[in-house]
Every structure is written in C-alpha cells, then in structure tokens.
Design a binder for this molecule. Structure first.
Ligand SMILES: Nc1ncnc2c1ncn2[C@@H]1O[C@H](COP(=O)(O)OP(=O)(O)OP(=O)(O)O)[C@@H](O)[C@H]1O
Ligand SMILES: [Mg+2]
Length: 358
C-alpha cells in the first residue's frame, strides 16, 4: 500500500533568473556567490529515494533548505529544476488540479505547530483531511476515531482542542495525517515544540505506528538525536546541499566531512550504534554458541554493554534463525566509550585469553 518517493536532482532558487542560477550552480557555484546578486539557492541538486516503509530524515541547521525541499516533495513549491516521483507518477509534470488531487489523497503533512480548529471537536479536527476529500460524515468520523485511537487519544473525541496539552494537540495533528490513509507522510519539525519527555514519547509512538502502517515518511528535524532515533536513512543538509546520506551508523562511523563530524559530536552513541556495526563477522561462522545471553544485530551499544558485564567472554550476535552472525569483543565496546573516533580494527585476541605478563 505504500509507495516509493524519489527526488531527482532537485533545485529551488528564489529570486531573479532562476534558470540561469541553476546553470551556475551546476557548474559549481555555491550559495554565497549567488547571494551576491540577490538570488537565494534554497535547495541545490538534492537527490534521494525513500522506499516504502522507510523513515527518511532530513537534518540540518536553520536555513539549510529543509522546508523548501519538503514543500517541493508535495508540490506546494515547483522545483526550479529536477523531478519528484511518487507512486510511479512524476509530480512535477502534473497540472494544478491533478496535483491538488494527489496532495489531498496521497500526501499528508504534519507541521511543528499544528494548527487545530479551536471551535471544532478533537474528532472533527482529526477528520478534517477526510472532509476535504469529500468523505461522508459517518465514514470520516469512524476513520478519524480509529486514527485517534492509534495515536493514544481514544476517549478524547468530544473534547475541544484547548482542553488538550501541547503534546496531545500534536497527536491530533498526527491522527489527522494518518486518518486520510495517505501513503506519504511529510513531517516538518513535527515534534520540535514538545518538551523532551513528550517528544521522546511521540518518537516512540511514531516508530511503533510505522511498524504496522509502513508509510513512506520524510521527517525533518534539526535535532541529531531525533534524526538518529527515527531515521532508517538520514540526509544531512548544509547551505542547500545534501552533504551526506546514510544510516545513523554510516554517519556516526564514517562522517563524510568535518562539518558532519562536528555535527555528531554530541550524539548519544550508546543508543545509535548497534551490534551490526560493532561486531566482527570474520571469525564467527563456527563460533560455538554457549547457553549464555546473546545479542541480535539491532541490539544497541548500551544493551551490549549490559550483556557484556554479565559474561566472561565476547558477546555472540545471533540472527532470527539462531545463527551466530558475529561477535562483539569487550575491547570494542570500551573503545567506543572514549571520545576518540571509533576503533574499527578487529580484536587481536578474540578468544579473550589472558596472557601472563613477564
Ligand atoms: N519564499 C522564499 N523566498 C525567498 N527566499 C526563501 C523563501 N523560502 C525560503 N527562502 C530561503 O531559502 C533558504 C532555505 O530556507 P528553508 O525555510 O528551506 O530552511 P530550513 O532548513 O527549513 O530552516 P529552518 O530550520 O529555520 O526551518 C533560506 O535562506 C530562506 O531564507
Ligand atoms: Mg524549516
């Protein structure tokens, strides 16, 4: 039911002679050079694909072009150059009417400050997208109630928005987006206005919902920890360009440049890195599996440390079929606790043998 989204060499230039500006950008000009003649290159040559069921996070500082990119994905902004393809359709080739139709049926947006209608009930607010689609009242109320239930707001249907906390109001926004059955969910700093605990809660809820709903999601944030928690893949933007795209681990372990490296300094590695990135795979095929506790490839670093303290040897990593797919030596775990960049060299004493010192 969900669909693939593709951004293909997207550019958005604000100001005079945008086509000419794109030409100059293609030849290597940067934002600053164009700014000198009063032109803003908001998005420069952005390409990526989001597979169905994936959460693709776009991260970057204020002004890096995230919202402009998102607005091109749903056709609210026409790209200066490039294409957006969704569900087999080139959105950039559609007329206004077809585009409006696609936007109403297939795409939902959730913003940072979700504006609810104050004089409509929570249920009516959640049903709003369906009302726009012309869905009859009984059906839209049923679907909105289901979406509210999914978002943990069952029982609040008849309440008014001002009776809800900020986090709950944001959940109504999410419910509105989910109620429409849109395959593509575009979320622009959707959780940024929430306080940290509620924000975490919303992130968990989104991950939980995504397990069953399997939407195609583009999520924008300037918070790297949020990006790392949510993103199946993450694009880091700087000055209009995507400077790196990869999994959280790719970005942590192999930052493409100093900019990305400085960005990830403060990330909580213990929750991002997983056994799949930390384990040695070479020495394992026939590693004996004792009856001890084991990890799976997505066990986090924090959990691995806990397991490791309960064992006298390295931690075996086991796949769904019970096969050992790798081992994590304790030394590797200790190496990651330091501030230095990750130590990628394999453990030279994988058996953990203790050698007597002279
Ligand atoms: N309609 C517009 N006209 C002119 N310039 C614009 C327009 N919209 C955005 N810009 C410029 O494009 C650049 C990127 O803006 P954008 O809103 O996409 O950034 P952002 O990454 O979403 O930032 P934030 O994190 O603050 O929301 C900025 O320099 C902005 O001033
Ligand atoms: Mg923005």
């Amino acid at each position: 039911m969900s669909s693939r989204l593709e951004a293909d060499h997207l550019y958005k230039v604000f100001g005079r002679r945008p086509d000419q500006a794109v030409e100059r950008l293609r030849q290597g000009a940067d934002r600053e050079e164009l700014r000198a003649d009063g032109t803003t290159a908001a998005v420069i040559d952005a390409s990526f694909t989001v597979e169905p069921g994936q959460i693709f996070v776009v991260m970057g500082l204020s002004g890096s072009g995230k919202s402009t990119l998102l607005r091109m994905l749903n056709g609210l902004l026409e790209p200066t150059a490039g294409h957006v393809r969704f569900d087999g359709q080139d959105l950039t080739a559609l007329g206004d009417r077809e585009l409006r139709d696609v936007r109403a049926r297939k795409i939902s947006m959730v913003f940072q400050h979700f504006a609810l209608f104050p004089h409509r009930s929570v249920l009516e607010n959640a049903a709003y997208g369906l009302a726009v689609q012309g869905v009859p009242r009984a059906e839209r109320e049923k679907r909105a109630a289901e979406a509210l239930e999914l978002c943990g707001l069952g029982g609040w249907e008849k309440s008014w928005p001002d009776e809800l906390s900020g986090g709950m109001q944001q959940r109504v926004g999410l419910a509105r987006a989910l109620a429409t059955d849109a395959d593509l969910l575009l979320m622009d700093e959707s959780f940024s206005a929430l306080d940290p605990l509620i924000r975490r809660d919303m992130q968990d809820q989104l991950l939980q919902l995504q397990k069953t709903l399997k939407k195609t999601i583009v999520f924008i944030t300037h918070d790297l920890n949020e990006a790392m928690r949510l993103g199946d893949r993450i694009a880091v933007m700087r000055d209009g360009r995507i400077v790196q795209t990869g999994t959280a681990e790719d970005i942590m372990l192999r930052p493409a440049n100093d900019y990305v490296a400085s960005f990830i300094q403060d990330v909580d590695r213990s929750r991002v890195l997983t056994a799949s990135a930390l384990m040695d795979t070479g020495v394992t095929a026939d590693a004996p599996l004792c009856a001890c506790e084991t990890a799976t490839p997505d066990t986090t670093f924090a959990e691995l440390c806990a397991i490791s303290t309960r064992l006298t040897h390295r931690v075996s990593v086991v796949d769904g079929a019970g096969r050992v797919v790798g081992v994590v030596p304790r030394r590797r775990l200790l190496g990651f606790l330091g501030d230095e960049s990750a130590d990628p060299s394999p453990c030279d004493n994988p058996e953990g043998k203790v050698t007597a010192r002279a």
